[in-house]
Design a protein around this ligand. Structure first.
Ligand code: GRF
Length: 234
């Protein structure tokens, strides 16, 4: 049986699309059973419907408490065959904190993508904050979700250089392109049961060494090191 997934979105859903595309291409053995949103006009819902994936959306403001909204989402997700020990819940641009009750319903099976190299720049404006700070390397992280924002064990990260003259949009776009690679990769590992967590450290069974483009990555410096300063053995 393909690994069952629920995906939560609040916006454009390009990360959702990248996962749907890899599933359709037969690269990931999973099935997105339902896409949920707190924003009924989220374009991510359209992307789901275009692939005949069932959707659910309700403004969170319809509910008198955070717990009430999350409990309803748990019910819908369970109804689609995802429960404790079966399948996973992916956050793909879902702009709300989940309650401990929600996380307890899917232990170690809620995953998020964040547009910064955690633990730097958590929060809603990760890429913009990294840009304003003047980092030389920016990037993105896929991580398990715990009760603290953008804090759970990291599954995979990828870095891009921040270039002179980058603005928020330019840097965010470069990061987003990488998000569309690392999130499907992480979902594939998850679906294959290759992830385990011990003391915050995620072990990826059979993981490849770090790569830089198509090549093995010995190190990454940004701006690049000049000849006299290159490590001897890299
Ligand atoms: C991405 O940058 C993701 O890292 C962040 O929200 C954005 C969602 O983009 N959590 P999209 O909706 O997947 O296009």
């Amino acid at each position: 049986m393909p690994f069952p997934l629920a995906v939560l979105v609040s916006g454009g859903g390009s990360n959702l699309q990248s996962i749907l595309d890899k599933i359709e291409a037969g690269v990931i053995d999973a099935e997105v059973r339902v896409v949920l949103s707190n924003k009924p006009d989220a374009y991510g819902l359209v992307r789901a419907r275009n692939r005949s994936v069932s959707t659910w959306s309700r403004p969170h403001t319809d509910f008198s408490s955070r717990q009430g909204f999350d409990a309803e989402m748990v019910r819908v997700i369970n109804d689609h065959g995802i429960s404790s020990g079966t399948g996973a819940v992916l956050l793909a641009g879902f702009m709300r904190m989940l309650t401990p009750e929600f996380l307890r319903a899917f232990p170690q099976a809620v995953v998020n993508i964040h547009p910064a190299l955690l633990p730097s720049f958590p929060g809603t404006h990760g890429a913009a904050d990294a840009c304003d700070y003047g980092v030389r390397l920016a990037g993105c992280s896929v991580h398990f979700v715990d009760e603290i924002m953008d804090h759970g064990p990291v599954i995979i990260q990828a870095a891009v250089p921040a270039l002179p003259g980058d603005d928020h949009e330019g840097l965010a776009a470069r990061i987003l392109k990488l998000e569309h690679c690392i999130y499907p990769q992480a979902v594939s590992w998850l679906a294959q049961g290759r992830l385990s967590v011990r003391d915050r450290h995620v072990h990826v069974q059979g993981a490849q060494p770090a790569t830089c483009g198509q090549n093995a990555l010995p190190y990454l410096a940004s701006p690049g090191l000049e000849q006299d300063f290159l490590p001897k053995d890299a």
